[in-house]
Design a binder for this molecule. Structure first.
Ligand code: GLN
Length: 283
């Protein structure tokens, strides 16, 4: 069997199983099993497949057929053009969350200032590390209540060469922090508890529920974060919060109740959903 035949065989099993993107998934798993990048897979499609690699491929294919998403099988996912390792305790970064990065860069006006950035619920580190990659003089602190997430974020910072500017602690939102920041970002859990069971199976079974479940009305994390922001933001500082669908009015109201200023309408994601709300300390 050649590599190309192995990829086609995997793709047709995925198609039969009703998987949405059978060819792309098969190619990703073949590359992983054979240790190839995309270009080398094409160049080597006619080569005979090594039996050990074929055995590895079969194992990966069975995991995919069992409903595990490709990113979880590979243990990594691309975000903002960077490669992030995942852990069981981290949400797989979503493309929609790049809207938060974009809004945050706009809120601080880019540039080369020594900004202090705080990420609450840092997970894999994707938001914080994307920001540090764009802001060369900024330093970042990532907080997560999960030790496994904080450890994954630390490992990602090292792999991306951002280790010296990134620090991570395990904690309950900002409760243990006694200092202020120029920029605060967060993608908190925001799904209402009753809706978690209705999420896509691949999300429900493979993303950590603690990163998804936002309590009875989905707003518990925002209540905790927003109430603390006035004590966390430097004068002129901004916070950018990812929103779940339909949450803009509620989160804006919570921010105003905490004495913060809402900085215009939320930034929409590629699907047109208001996704990133910018709030500022009232001056
Ligand atoms: N966007 C995620 C989802 O719908 C939820 C992430 C979150 O709760 N912060 O799968």
């Amino acid at each position: 069997m050649t590599l190309g035949e192995a990829a086609r065989a995997a793709a047709s099993r995925f198609a039969l199983a009703g998987i949405d993107t059978p060819e792309a998934d098969a190619r990703a798993l073949v590359r992983e099993a054979f240790g190839l990048d995309a270009a080398r897979l094409i160049a080597r499609a006619g080569d005979a497949a090594d039996v050990h690699a074929l055995a590895r491929l079969e194992h990966l294919v069975l995991r995919r057929l069992g409903g595990e998403p490709v990113d979880r099988i590979l243990g990594r996912r691309e975000f903002w053009g960077l490669d992030f390792m995942l852990a069981p305790e981290t949400l797989a970064p979503r493309a929609d969350t790049e809207t938060v990065v974009q809004a945050a860069l706009d809120a601080v006006g880019g540039g080369d200032r020594p900004l202090a950035v705080l990420d609450l619920g840092v997970g894999s580190g994707c938001i914080l590390l994307a920001l540090l990659s764009e802001l060369p003089s900024a330093t970042g602190l990532g907080v997560d209540r999960s030790f496994g997430a904080a450890r994954a974020a630390r490992a990602n910072a090292e792999r991306l060469g951002l280790g010296p500017r990134a620090h991570f602690v395990v904690g309950d939102w900002a409760a243990a922090l006694g200092r202020r920041f120029d920029l605060v970002v967060s993608n908190p859990p925001y799904i209402a508890s009753a809706d978690v069971a209705g999420l896509d199976r691949e999300v429900r079974e493979h993303d950590p529920v603690r990163a998804l479940d936002g309590g009875a009305d989905g707003l518990d994390a925002y209540r905790a974060i927003v109430a603390d922001l006035p004590a966390r933001l430097n004068p002129g500082g901004a916070a950018v919060l990812e929103l779940g669908a339909g949450q803009e009015p509620d989160v804006a109201r919570l921010a105003r109740q905490a004495g913060l200023r809402v900085d215009g309408a939320a930034w929409a994601d590629l699907g047109g959903v208001p996704r990133a709300l910018v709030v500022r300390a009232a001056t």
